[in-house]
Design a protein around this ligand. Sequence first.
Ligand code: 3PG
Ligand code: MG
Length: 396
Amino acid sequence: MSFRTLDGVAVAGKRVLVRADLNVPVRDGRITDLTRIERLSPTIRELSEKGARVVVLSHFDRPKGKRVPEMSLAPMATALGEVLGRKVRFGEDCCGVAGQQTVDAMNDGDVAVLENTRFHAGEEKNDPGFAAELAKLGDIFVNDAFSAAHRAHASTEGIARLLPSYAGRLMQAELEALEAALTTPLRPVMAIVGGSKVSTKLDLLGNLVGKVNVLVIGGAMANTFLAAGGVGVGRSLQEADLHDTALDIVAKAKAAGCEIVLPVDAVTASALQAGVTTTTVAIGAVPADQMILDVGPRTVADITARLASMRTLVWNGPVGAFETAPFDAATSALAHAVAAATQAGALRSVAGGGDTVSALKHAGVLDQMSYVSSAGGAFLEWLEGKTLPGVAALEG
Ligand code: 3PG
Ligand code: MG
């Protein structure tokens, strides 16, 4: 895939509409994690330094086409100003007279954030009229919101068809990292997929078995695969209605020459509770009244040993119930092994998804991966092999 970057684009004196993803975590009205804003800032800074009038568009949360005051982007405009260390204006609307007034008042190098695009029903409908309203406010469109690129909305897809459009630096970094991980990877490639439900990752598993050499399945979704193979999993979370689907994935993997690696031991307990008594057992010996809550140390050793011969790793989903100690042990141990191989230059590691990022942060190695995606849903859809509409609109 080729997409247009900002290299060589003349932006001085131009109104540049930048689609950002300012959909940051907020608790009690306060932003709790600035990562997305920090990772967006190089694009804004570059454009501003080159003399563009930088007009930032974004959604926040899901106001469903109505003006919901608690979902205003005003706090994100302030936060962007703090991250950039400069004044950032805020416009009360992303279109119409108010939007126009905000943009008309800007000078070269200025930065403004306009109000939540999802306050307008046309945004999520990808209404051409609304896209045209947005496009009126700019001369050039830059999409730097990879994490919203799975949405075919007016500010991600529609507008890109109306203005000269380019990938911002964060979008570019995401696409380059993801392509290097799955499209043109150094082989062999391992994927670690965890999480609780096979049902949410069916397409992802189906796509990965055709792309990677080794697929490690952990988390509660491994239970479904084990149970489908006739292994007792006690009271563990699993999806009994997906056994045939799990077997289909195993067959597809076999046909594609992809090795599926399932846990060989497990840490079990009678309930998912901090401080609960745990037992480590071999797979096949899980007591009927116990639940599998983490993969065991032999499984970690097995995966770590295999990792030594891998050149590329794609990781999505924790292998245990990592939010509750001690069921974070295996995920953290793997995170450290991946970090060490990456830092030694032996492995290119790409991770993504909300839980995965939390788990890597919890293990203290978030900054030791080759690349961590800023996206949740978009990262998953990309792993599923789907075309992301916001990215497709930048191709050429
Ligand atoms: C995200 O946070 O994953 C993106 O901003 C997309 O948000 P959405 O799921 O509300 O479309
Ligand atoms: Mg979301």
